[in-house]
Design a protein around this ligand. Structure first.
Ligand code: PMP
Ligand code: GLU
Length: 404
């Protein structure tokens, strides 16, 4: 019998909890159970027609071959033009790398910059893949807790308390998955100033940049001044704003030397991102932007509905939450239900078991806060239709009402 002893890096690697929760919900659905699925965070909208047409045109034009490993020049230029138009940031194409989705971009950044002995600061709650991707490089994730009371924003003091001579970079995600938190601009500026003072690099994941609600303001971290720009690596992509999760296009923008190193890595690992998707992404960025606002408005309506229901749950059941200013997640604390008898007669003492019981008894699928380093919380993605949201929140309310 040959030995398939796994490498140390992969041995301890857990599967993505968001994708695992979505798979579990799908499995139940395939058994004929009518599951209301709020697990995975991806727009329910179909990619706008003009972007799909660009993909068809690209295929017809013969763009069906390998491209340059780091992406086609047209897309790099479109990314540069978008950052100048949206944030007044002037980048050149050699500062841009196109990858297979923003998750791949994050992996590339960490693989290029971090290794054993390095520490990476991750404010919690954090997006599920952050710590796993840091660990893959051999570096150590340093999880720094933020609170609901602070709107899940990290203060400069909290940052400084965790910086050591080994700190390499901080991973910031604004607007945030899973909390929906958007840093007020003064708090964001204070935090990035503290990063400059501490002389650490910033990986700024801005994938939800276009999904803002209730007047929340966004600023790209690199725009806070030349001293911030020179230490910031920005990651974003087309998945969320253009409803293009399946197309797998993300990008990294940063100092040319780091981008070059990441391009070398990508050329060995995956060659290039999908040629057809790249041509479609050019049209997403350069073409009409009305659909971005239309989808944002629809998300805002859902967000307002979810916030209204959560406020009601707060009054009725003592559930707590911070109102999301961006992204598409409701993130709320159900720890008050630990120790109570839930429908089905079970009592639970953690969010993961709470989610399992909710799925079994109410057929509602949420993601446990444990996956985001936030015990006691659960995440509900509102990237779904209003009918599903109403039915799901009704079912959650019924479930919570029946707890004793
Ligand atoms: N960062 C965050 C915070 C996300 O929520 C996601 C969504 N999965 C990603 C990055 C990755 O997005 P993509 O689909 O482009 O890989
Ligand atoms: N970002 C989404 C989520 O958190 C997509 C799933 C994933 O890539 O993990 O649900």
């Amino acid at each position: 019998m040959p030995s398939f002893r796994l490498s140390p890096a992969v041995q301890s690697l857990k599967p993505s909890a968001t994708l695992a929760a979505a798979a579990k919900a799908k499995e139940l659905k395939s058994q004929g159970i009518d599951v209301l699925d709020f697990t995975v965070g991806e727009p329910d909208f179909v990619t706008p027609a003009h972007i799909c047409e660009a993909a068809t045109a690209a295929m017809k034009a013969g763009h069906t071959h390998y491209t340059a490993s780091g992406g086609i020049a047209e897309l790099k230029q479109a990314v540069c033009a978008a950052y100048e138009r949206d944030y007044g940031l002037k980048y050149s194409p050699n500062q841009v790398l196109i990858s297979n989705g923003a998750k791949h971009s994050i992996h590339n950044v960490l693989a290029a910059l971090c290794g054993p002995g390095d520490e990476v600061i991750i404010p919690t709650p954090y997006w599920v893949s952050y710590s796993a991707l840091v660990e893959l490089t051999g570096a150590t994730p340093v999880l720094v807790e933020t609170s609901e009371a602070s709107g899940f924003c990290l203060s400069p003091e909290e940052l400084k308390a965790h910086v050591t001579p080994n700190t390499r970079l901080i991973m910031l995600n604004n607007p945030s998955n899973p909390t929906g938190a958007v840093y007020p601009l003064d708090k964001l500026e204070a935090l990035v100033r503290a990063c400059v003072e501490a002389d650490i690099l910033i990986l700024s994941d801005e994938i939800y940049e276009k999904l803002l609600y209730g007047g929340a303001a966004f600023r790209s971290v690199a725009s806070f001044g030349p001293d911030v720009l020179e230490r910031t690596i920005t990651v974003s992509g087309v998945s969320k704003a253009y409803a293009m999760t399946g197309w797998r296009i993300g990008w990294t923008i940063g100092p040319a030397a780091v981008i070059k190193a990441m391009d070398n890595l990508q050329s060995q690992e995956t060659s290039n991102p999908c040629s057809i998707s790249q041509y479609a992404a050019v049209v997403a960025l350069n073409g009409p932007q009305e659909s971005v606002e239309e989808m944002r408005k629809a998300f805002e309506e859902r967000r307002n509905y979810v916030v209204g229901r959560l406020k009601d749950f707060r009054e009725k059941f003592g559930v707590t939450f911070a109102e999301p200013g961006g992204a598409f997640y409701g993130f709320f604390n159900i720890a008050g239900f630990f120790g109570k008898t839930l429908p089905g007669g079970k009592s639970v003492d953690n969010s993961s078991d709470f989610c399992t019981t909710l799925l079994e008894r109410a057929h509602v699928a949420l993601v446990t806060g444990d996956a985001f380093g936030a015990p006691g919380y659960v995440r509900l993605s509102f990237a779904c239709g209003m009918d599903q949201l109403r039915a799901g929140l009704d079912a959650i309310e019924k479930f919570l009402s029946a707890a004793r």
